[in-house]
Design a protein around this ligand. Sequence first.
Ligand SMILES: Nc1ncnc2c1ncn2[C@@H]1O[C@H](COP(=O)(O)OP(=O)(O)O)[C@@H](O)[C@H]1O
Ligand SMILES: O=c1ccn([C@@H]2O[C@H](COP(=O)(O)OP(=O)(O)O)[C@@H](O)[C@H]2O)c(=O)[nH]1
Ligand SMILES: [Mg+2]
Length: 285
Amino acid sequence: MWRRVASLSSSISSSFLAQTASRLNTWESLTTGIAQQAKGVIAPKEKTPFITFVLGGPGSGKGTQCIKIVETFGFAHLSAGDLLRREIASKSADGAMILNTIKEGKIVPSQVTVQLIQKEMELSDNHKFLIDGFPRTEENRVSFERILPEWQSQIGVEPNVVLFFDCPEEEMVKRVLNRNEGRVDDNLETIKKRLTVFQALSLPVINYYSERGKLYTIKAIGTEDEIFEQVRPIFAAFENKIVLLVNFIECIITCNNGKGHPFKYPVELVHFCPGGSDRYEQTVG
Ligand SMILES: Nc1ncnc2c1ncn2[C@@H]1O[C@H](COP(=O)(O)OP(=O)(O)O)[C@@H](O)[C@H]1O
Ligand SMILES: O=c1ccn([C@@H]2O[C@H](COP(=O)(O)OP(=O)(O)O)[C@@H](O)[C@H]2O)c(=O)[nH]1
Ligand SMILES: [Mg+2]
């Protein structure tokens, strides 16, 4: 049992509540079910998109790890490469251009890729997206940001998480040459070009997100399961935060209503109340 040993309501300003509500709105997007508990506080809106970019060189294991993330955390997986290959297979107007670009290991014009991704996102029932293999260039990144204004109020112009599968070139080449999926670009000539493009055009995107504190670098060597054990805590941490925050908000409302509440997470309270005037401590029995 927790008992309150200092006053709570006096120190909680409206700006603090607003800030907390905004944090909840972001985290809610990862664990909407749990966050439903807080509906009384924050006006329920359309579900906030939670966007993860999955980056890394060719053969670094992006697609393989995306399957595991989908299984464990219920994301929708949008592979930019798969969407482009679907365009080729459907013999769409851009199909021939896309095929040549992929064979050459170059990057398809942003407008084409962004449109495909946007369409998939709009059609999806899910609100948690893994965007695999995109953005591959700074121009890709900026083009994607341009489609976001309609969502901007909810997520800003940036993804929530950026994963970077960091893999030695030798290992990437070996994996791609053994991939055996009949891809036109899985040959030594194309992979060499793809590696050059990755260094020149994709690394700057990765650096950009690193500077903005969004990047999670995964050492992409070892077994698939070993690599996933580096990925799992990243998403698990977002889930844990929402549980703590929802409990915290519930407590604020109840305390402000003067009804009292068993407070389960004093550490989180102190964390979010840097003034530290509100103290709860555990009592026995
Ligand atoms: N940790 C790993 N160890 C060995 N091979 C792997 C590993 N992860 C993926 N692979 C294999 O390497 C190839 C490329 O993986 P993939 O997920 O398609 O990478 P990417 O999407 O980054 O190009 C596939 O054949 C896949 O089965
Ligand atoms: O946003 C993208 C994603 C992919 N591609 C093209 O599609 C190829 C294959 O991409 P995919 O992500 O499927 O390759 P992977 O890294 O998984 O091997 C790339 O080399 C590019 O030619 C592109 O132009 N833009
Ligand atoms: Mg892939």
